[in-house]
Every structure is written in structure tokens, then in C-alpha cells.
Design a protein around this ligand. Sequence first.
Ligand code: ADP
Length: 492
Amino acid sequence: MRVLFVASEGLPYSKTGGLADVVEALPKALVAMGHEVAVLLPRYRGVRPGAHAVKTLELPMGAATRSCTIVDGARPHGVQYFLVDDPAYFDRENLYGSAGTDYPDNAERYAEFAYAAVEVAKQVWPPEAIHCHDWQSGLVPVLLRTRRQGDAELRAIPVIFTIHNMGYQGVFPRQVLGRIGVAESEFRMDGLEFYGKVNYLKAGLLYSDYLTTVSPQYAEEIQTPEYGHGLDGVVHSRAERLVGILNGVDYSVWSPEVDHAIAARYSAKDLSGKTVCKSELLAEFDLPANLNRPLAGIISRFADQKGFDLLAEIAEELLLEDIAMVVLGSGDEKYVRMFKDLARRYPEQLGVRIAYDDVLAHKIEAGADMFLMPSRYEPCGLNQIYSLRYGTVPVVRATGGLVDTVAPFDYEVPRSMGQATGFSFKEYTGAALLATMRKALAVYREKVTWRRLQANGMRKDFSWQASATEYGRLYEVARKARIRSAAASSNV
Ligand code: ADP
């Protein structure tokens, strides 16, 4: 199949989170299976595709017309990249906002992006399916289905919409409708309207042919009020069109056997390199070279989603234990302050780096003994999957993709030892996190059991192939369903 990906970020061009990893790895896996894939991204600051413009588009947005250029990106791994070039909208310091505030014209920026996607599908690279990601591409199906009623080729293209995170929705005042050229008639309960405002994620959920999200467990959770962020009813109403497909991992990048960012390579057969990595990591964070003391790692965006309020609650008590921790992350100021403050007070135990640093992320995955992810919610999560491969035992809250990827160890269930790969807790409380960390620290002392956990995790295979196969099947199903419904509607 020829599939056009439409996403607001993707490596090798741009990244703020896991979405960018998926938008790089999934197309690559699909192409390896024989599909043709193009990826449409905005051309943000610093993106130098070094290629030529393929098309200038005049996009009718409301009363105004906006023009942009479609630039031909490179073709890494056989994936065709196109970039939407409109410097006034995309050549900015960051992708979505600065100093913790969204750019005030995000509604218009990603409306233009959606218009451009529709024109690319029509004039530049006609696909058999369009795969949209998150709220920034939520208007694509709206434009396809409402503005082009007479356009048979566009009507025949199914849209698959993937929810990477329900917590980010693109909610704007009703007045943007005029500015983005979407008819007022779409502003209704079963359309774009969300408590008097316009919601781009809701648009994606309702106007697309099929929905996916990034783990089976999260697919269930987002149909409940606790995890639906106000859209659980909408998701539930489309439950028969929703599937959870777990994100994969690119093991050519994230594997201790081939990783050149780390101090020494190692494998499940011989973990001696991991000790070298631990030693280097402790030095990197100016922590004492105590190799017997368990070392827990954190790599994360600092956001409420990630559960650091639980850590704040119990940090002092946790640090009474014989434990060292290294933290790499950036984001919300209150967590920056919290970690810096703890590091100042516990300099022998806690090392903190406020940064986005890919190389250091690899070093933490390799050098830590355990990896902490106490997320409030987690659509899929990647770091715990990387951790498994590095023999770094994850300690997670049992939510979303963390449920689907980490098999918890349980003393009460001796059989669990055969499969267990980590530790998890359900209740979202500091007490539950602390108890689970204490359990992990105790098991760390039982060397044979710990080795078994590491070995179980390192054997796990979350490569993209299985997930890409599922997406491939879904594209086929969606195409057939769309052809049927297009035929039915033209009969009317
Ligand atoms: P999310 O998309 O919610 O941020 P994921 O676990 O799905 O969480 O993906 C996060 C990705 O971003 C991983 O590849 C992780 O290694 C990376 N990452 C997050 N914060 C940092 C950081 N400060 N430095 C380096 N990599 C980071």
C-alpha cells in the first residue's frame, strides 16, 4: 500500500517525545515489508533537507489565502519525506510553544499543515491511505470529508488516526473556525465542538475511518473517565473502530550489543560491560564509585503525566535507603526545582541533569540497575522497553503500555518468576511507589533472582515488525471499508 504519514514531529528532523520515534521507525518497518511510505512534517527551524521545492501551494484558509512550499526531504531507508515550509509559522525557536506556553496561533499553524496534507495527497504524492498522528493532524479527515465532497479520489482515501497521548488535544476558541475556513456546521456535539470550544483531537477521533492507540491497555483505559481527558465517551462510541497496537523499538539503536554511545558493549550472556557502564555513569554524575549500591535511572519529560508528584512525596524516605539515583529530563519548572533541590541535599546519592541529551539517555539505560517510571498515565512508553533490553529492571506504575510491556515480579506467585521482568504498583500513591521501590531494592540483593529478572527482560522482543504487520493489515481493512462506503454513498 501507499501510505502518507501526517505528523507534527518525526526523526530524523524533529523530536520532542516518543511520537517522533514512532514516526521514524514505523515507516521504516513498513517499507521493509514492501509498502510505500511518505512522511509529511512541518519544516521547523534548523531542518535542512538540502533538497528542492516540489510544489508551491496556495491554501484557502477562511477569508485569507496562505501559501507554503512543499520541500522534498531526503529518502532515508526508502521513506520519502516532504516538509511543509512556511517560515512565519514553523521557523520558530520551538515546535509548539515557548516558556511553557503554547504559541497563540497553533490552531492556524496546524490548520495550514492539514490543508497542505490534503493537497499533497491530491497533487504531489497520491496515497491509498493517510495515517494521521495526534491532534496536530486532526483536521486532515475533516477537510477530506467536508470540503471535498465532489472529489472522488480524495473521498476514497481512508484515514487512520493514531492517538499517542489523550492529554494533548488542541483546544481553541470557537472563533478560530472562521480563520481556518471550517464551516460552522461542523461545530456540533458529534463534530468539533467540545464544551463551547473547538477540539482538534476530537475531530481526528470522529472524522477518521479507524483509530489506533499505542498499546492495547491504553485503548481500554481511554474509554474511561479516569484516562479519557473528557473524550472517553467519544472514544467509546467508536470502540469497534479502535485498536491498540504496541509501539516497537528500533534495536539497531537501542541495544547494548551495538550501542556506541555507552562505555562498553554487553549482552545477556556476559553482563561485565554493564558494570563498566555503571562505573562511568556514576562518574559522569559525580557520584561515589560504589558499584554495590543499586542505581536507579530516570529519563523523562518533566510533566504531571509522569508521576513525579509521587516521587516528591516519598523522595526523602526513599533516599534513606541504600540507593543512588540519576535523573535526566527537562520540562515543568516545579519538577526541575524539586530534583535540583534534592540533588543539593543528597549529593552522594542523587545526580541530576536538566537537559535533553540523547547520548546520556543511552548511558543511563546501560549504567543503571533499575529504571523508574511511576506514570500517572502512559500511552505506551519507550524507556521501559529500552530498559528491558539493557538489563535495567523497570519499576513502573501499572498503567497503559507499562502493563503491556512489564511483567511484574510477585513473591506471592512463585510462577511469576519464569516471566517476570520488573516491578509494578497499581494504586497511584506515594506509599505504593515506596513499597515497590523497597521490594525492588530487596530483590536486588538476591543476586540469582535479580539476574533472572534481567535475563527475562533482555530476551523480550518488542521490535517493530509485529506492530508494522498489524498496521499494514489495518490499512487494507480501512481501504476496503472506505471503498464500500464510497460506493454506497454514490448509489444514494
Ligand atoms: P513521551 O513521548 O511521553 O515523552 P516516551 O517514553 O514514549 O514518552 O518517549 C520518550 C522518548 O524521549 C524516549 O525516546 C526517551 O528516551 C526520550 N527522552 C525523553 N526525555 C529525554 C531527555 N531529557 N534526554 C534524552 N532523551 C529523552
